[in-house]
Design a protein around this ligand. Sequence first.
Ligand code: DAH
Length: 419
Amino acid sequence: MRLEPNPFSGKKRAPYPQHRRSPAPPTLAPEVRSDPSFPHFIHPHTDVITSDPHNNVTDHIFEKIGYNLHKRPDHPLGIIKSVIESYFDEKYGQDTFTSYDSLYPVVSTYANFDSVLVPPDHVSRSQNDTYYVDEDTVLRCHTSAHQLEMLKDGARKFLVTGDVYRRDSIDATHFPVFHQMEGFRVFEQAEWEEAGKESVDLAAEELKDCLEGLAKHLFGDVEMRWVDAYFPFTEPSFELEIFFKGEWLEVLGCGVTEMKILEEAGLQDKRAWAFGLGLERLAMVLFDIPDIRLFWSDDKRFSKQFKEGMFKAGGVDMQKFKPYSKFPPCLKDVSFWLPKEGDSFTENNLCEVVRDVAGSLVEEVKLIDEFENKKKGLTSNCYRIVYRSMERSLTDDEINSLQEQVRSDMVSKLGVELR
Ligand code: DAH
């Protein structure tokens, strides 16, 4: 299984003329603060699809805002979220960690990148990787976007769960919207003095102890290992891997928070740790869910299999997901010459074009052939698009018209020449 990408280890889309106002409440939750002293963070009621030249949010993505799958108690994502929250209650005492799950997903580039020290030239800032509303506003690509905001707001031990958005390739484990949980804990000077330790050592040790306990809570008695990692917001940084069903699986990223972030929040005399994890990834592994699109399915055959409170550590004696018969896939290949100049063609841009036409009917987009014609000075690609519905059989006519639309959008939006 491909890992959830660590974004820390393109040409712009044609602007969309429409305006789409993202849903106000319930997306806009009580904990979205309106204190004017944090102007960087507040974007309630923002138009998400606009004619701004930086805007690359499609209808398909826009429609996902406000779904809040992680807030549904009987949904696998809601189940995993509450299992993790109860671990924190059990370990540290009820409500020691405050949980936030309604923070608004439209954030400033300052919050998403600068506030967590993502370098100015980092790839994750490109329009190829991130959904921009305008030059200064994005759909958050990680829940880390809220760290500084929460600290400034006075939170010291907290969990933030939310939907995050990334332009990405398409396959069974990648969907442009998924859900993350962020954890954050601030330590006081008295705590490391009492322990007789350097602050950074206390934070790192407590972090590892906390997350090893979490992994046991989720996976049962498993083998685990720590791997050194890099994130701009932590030093040292680690990833936790567990040995599950015969393979090492990355479950989360974490580390000791960079002092610069604490200083920015006026907490220069403190220390902190942070972690971030992807809920889909955990739920797919723990419940045996084979395709990430199923999380978005309305099909009763899916939803009826999950109930609040059903989770048992490691999946022992727990009912796993029972796959129901899949509808047949339909494969369509498209061959084309890449534009000679410019960066209008990237795999992410192609995926976005396909998603915009076919929505969740597209299962996979993969490169199956590539060659260079030296004489012409051109490169040819052939991509295979796999269409499949989770809910019904698709007709030939329906697929053909989707594919025709994809082909014509590839020419007009990506500047390719069909072969
Ligand atoms: N934001 C990271 C990501 O999206 C995950 C993460 C890693 C969050 C380390 C953290 C952290 O708070 O300390 O991949």
